[in-house]
Design a protein around this ligand. Structure first.
Ligand SMILES: [Zn+2]
Length: 101
């Protein structure tokens, strides 16, 4: 690695820079901490994106369910009207038969 204070090359495993005596292990520890923080930040961003997509997904599912429910209600109502119309037509045909007899 490279000494963060003087820029000289420090062999891996060495805690102190041979040129300026800077504690390289401490700074690398800080770097690792920073990396963990940035990965934490990434996780938070991913979590926010995931939550965002979950909310959108729930919205679309609810919309689809609502639409399906409405379609079912409409088809039920249409079927009811058709059945009633059929009954009226049947009654009318019966009446017509009786009149012609
Ligand atoms: Zn140094």
């Amino acid at each position: 690695m490279v000494c963060t204070k003087c820029g000289h090359e420090v062999p891996d495993g060495e805690a102190y820079c041979q040129f300026c005596g800077f504690n390289v292990s401490d700074s690398s520890g800080n770097e690792e901490k920073a990396k963990t923080n940035s990965s934490k930040d990434k996780l938070i961003v991913i979590a926010i994106i995931a939550v965002f997509f979950i909310i959108i997904g729930i919205y679309f599912i609810q919309d689809a369910v609502e639409k399906k429910r409405r379609d079912e209600e409409i088809s039920k109502a249409t079927q009811q009207v058709l059945e009633e119309t059929k009954e009226i037509v049947e009654d009318f045909e019966k009446d017509a038969d009786e009149i012609t007899k």
